[in-house]
Write a protein that binds this ligand. Structure first.
Ligand SMILES: Cc1cc2nc3c(=O)[nH]c(=O)nc-3n(C[C@H](O)[C@H](O)[C@H](O)COP(=O)(O)OP(=O)(O)OC[C@H]3O[C@@H](n4cnc5c(N)ncnc54)[C@H](O)[C@@H]3O)c2cc1C
Length: 624
């Protein structure tokens, strides 16, 4: 779809990846006039992300697209595990006990031993390949907001004192077009040209930790084999011929990615042609399988963060991979980008509506909270993804495959005054000897027994890579925005968030079910639905002052103490099942009392985070 671009709009979103598409759907939810520009006329089909965390599913639920996404995704049984082994063909059969002796199985972890946690969220995690998700989101964008998506155009951003000009260049016919706007959301990925045009540099957070190849292939035969064995999202395979991770993208389509480490300058992407890659797939599977390789792409495991998430003149914002690149260990990148969009868009919508009402005099401080809130969260995720990467090395180390030694050796060899061919031969020999360690694991001698014990201990003590990170996912607490100051005055981000649902300023509101009061159709909603519902009814994102039923407060006094910056806010009375003294808009559903003590009142932001919590018996509110 290559519609004629308009000349001006309020917001331009550059980049139609997951972060940009969600930003666009959220802007649409808040009726903000905008354009989404995507360079590719057709979305790519090379898989990257696939794990969608619970908070992202909550955002999809808010946008009422969670059902479509869940329907397109694989059932939980196909991806609930990580499996570690020496090949795939020798893994235990699915009808045998998972702990049954199998020479190929090193260990396995079921990350959903008791299924999804329906108590803490109305949503739960999902596994869907990014390319499938992006296609689906594009369809939703075209359906819901006709004319908003301009694909096949590359955008160049030029900011000046009055606004922003976005120069669009068609990638199909060479046409160009100038688009003026008030704000730009730069969601144009890790190689963001917008970031560069705005003069924003990158701060490295890790060196290049590893070079990897993503081998994208289809193999219905492998899918059939795995359906009869332990099904898993990731298979970490340590074979004498190589080490690799199979990512199951879809058993139904027989679609996989094999991630293969390689060591430049002794190994280069050109060394891995289709034949070599197909042979490596066979080695790691443990027998030849029919496979069609779709693409082979190198990528680097490294993390960095942009110097600023907002341009100096203040009208352009970076989100997603344009703002930060995380290590994929833990599956945070796409989820973090979507959370950025969710944090930013309501603020932009509020600002634009306020400008309309007051002729542009509204303070800009709300927009400044985007970076203040999201930067520390993303920095903490980078640190966690690094720790996760270290964890992925532990199983290899227990087997005797020392990644650090391999890299050290590579660096030393690289500096030796030897001909390049000789250095490569030495490196290949040492790598081969290293990989032979896997044989030792199966031998019945002291070393074999010791290594098997070490590997077992890793699984018994849960020291392998987790799949779900609920503290970071649902427990993110913002500390630096337009929020009630913490009692201890600490405005530092606490990495890792909180685990228990709690009424705390900056935290996501705990999930509990609410029953609408009054006559007629009585809908049941989650506490997380309150702000989006009230906002949609109001026509803009608004705060919601939740006053809990037993609080026999003279209510206007309470509302009068809320700082004006939170206006307009909507007041909602919430009674308990036993009834209260005040007429309630909602009551907490009988069997669904939140596992936390309720405050007197709480001010809920449009994004489901709490801005203010007025505890029982405590003092009233004060300014941030
Ligand atoms: C192997 C691998 C596995 C991963 N697994 C996970 C996972 O399980 N979970 C997870 O959360 N994350 C994962 N990630 C990270 C995830 O893929 C990225 O974080 C995600 O793609 C970032 O989304 P984005 O929308 O910010 O950027 P992108 O997906 O890069 O999208 C940017 C878009 O902008 C467009 N564009 C670029 N320049 C312009 C321009 N000038 N004008 C117009 N359009 C432009 C591009 O065409 C592209 O469509 C993984 C990454 C890798 C490499």
């Amino acid at each position: 779809m290559n519609a004629a671009p308009p000349d001006q709009t309020d917001v331009v979103v550059i980049g139609g990846g997951p972060a940009g598409l969600i930003a666009s759907l959220l802007l649409d939810q808040w009726q903000v006039e905008h354009i989404l520009v995507e360079a590719q006329a057709q979305p790519g089909d090379h898989p990257q992300a696939h794990f969608i965390n619970c908070r992202t599913m909550e955002i999809f639920r808010e946008l009422e697209i969670d059902g479509e996404i869940r329907q397109a995704a694989a059932p939980l049984d196909e991806w609930r595990r990580y499996v570690y082994g020496t090949n795939l063909v020798g893994l235990p059969r699915s009808d045998s006990s998972h702990n049954a002796a199998s020479s190929a199985l090193l260990g396995q972890v079921d990350h959903f031993p008791s299924g999804p946690d329906h108590g803490i969220s109305p949503a739960w995690e999902c596994n869907l390949s990014q390319h499938v998700l992006v296609n689906l989101l594009r369809e939703v964008a075209v359906r819901r907001c006709p004319g908003v998506l301009l694909d096949g155009w590359r955008a160049e951003v030029h900011e000046n004192r009055k606004g922003v000009n976005v120069l669009l260049k068609s990638t199909t016919n060479g046409q160009s077009h100038n688009l003026r706007c008030r704000y730009v959301i730069c969601a144009d990925g890790a190689h963001s040209t917008s970031r560069k045009a705005l003069g924003i540099g990158r701060i490295r957070r890790t060196p290049t930790l590893q070079d990897l190849l993503n081998i994208h292939f289809f193999s219905p035969e492998l899918a059939k084999l795995l359906r009869r064995r332990l099904m898993a999202m990731l298979y970490f395979i340590y074979a004498p011929q190589g080490i690799g991770v199979f990512v199951t993208h879809s058993l139904e389509r027989g679609e996989f990615v094999l991630q293969l480490p390689f060591f430049p300058p002794f190994e280069n992407p050109e060394d891995f042609d289709q034949r070599t890659c197909a042979a490596m797939i066979d080695h790691l599977v443990g027998r030849p399988v029919e496979s069609q390789i779709r693409s082979i792409r190198p990528w680097r495991l490294e993390a960095w963060v942009a110097e600023r998430f907002r341009s100096r003149r203040g009208r352009c914002f970076l989100i997603g991979d344009a703002a930060h690149q995380l290590l994929p260990a833990g599956g945070f990148g796409m989820n973090a980008g979507i959370a950025d969009a969710h944090n930013l868009v309501w603020k932009l919508a509020r600002r634009l509506k306020a400008q309309r009402r007051q002729g542009g005099s509204d303070a800009d401080s709300l927009l400044a909270t985007y970076e203040a809130e999201r930067r520390p969260v993303n920095e903490a995720l980078i640190a966690l993804s690094r720790k996760n990467f270290e964890k992925t090395l532990e199983v290899a180390a227990a087997i005797g495959l020392d990644w650090r030694a391999a890299r050290w050796l590579r660096d030393v060899l690289h500096r030796l005054p030897l001909p390049a061919a000789a250095r490569k031969r030495i490196f290949d020999t040492i790598l081969l000897l290293g990989r032979k360690q896997v044989h030792l694991l199966q031998s019945d001698n002291a070393i074999g027994r010791f290594r098997r014990r070490r590997v077992r201990a890793l699984f018994e003590t849960s020291r392998t890579l987790p799949m779900r990170f609920q503290r970071e996912d649902l427990g993110t607490v913002y500390h630096c925005g337009w929020l009630q100051p913490r009692a201890d005055g600490d405005r530092q981000h606490r990495a890792g968030g909180i685990l228990l649902p709690t009424f705390e300023a900056g935290a996501r509101i705990p999930h509990f079910r609410l029953q609408e009061s009054g006559s007629g159709e009585r809908r049941q909603i989650s506490s997380l639905d309150l702000a989006p519902i009230m906002g949609r009814e109001h026509g803009e994102p608004i705060h919601v002052l939740m006053v809990f039923g037993q609080a026999a407060e003279p209510f206007p006094e309470l509302a009068g103490q809320i700082p004006t910056q939170f206006e307009p806010f909507k007041v909602v009375h919430i009674g308990n099942a036993a009834g209260g003294r005040w007429p309630a808009d909602f009551t907490i559903a009988d069997d669904a009392s939140p596992a936390v003590s309720l405050p007197r009142a709480a001010l809920l932001r449009p994004d489901g985070h709490l801005a203010w919590v007025l505890p029982r018996g405590g003092p009233g509110p004060s300014g941030p």
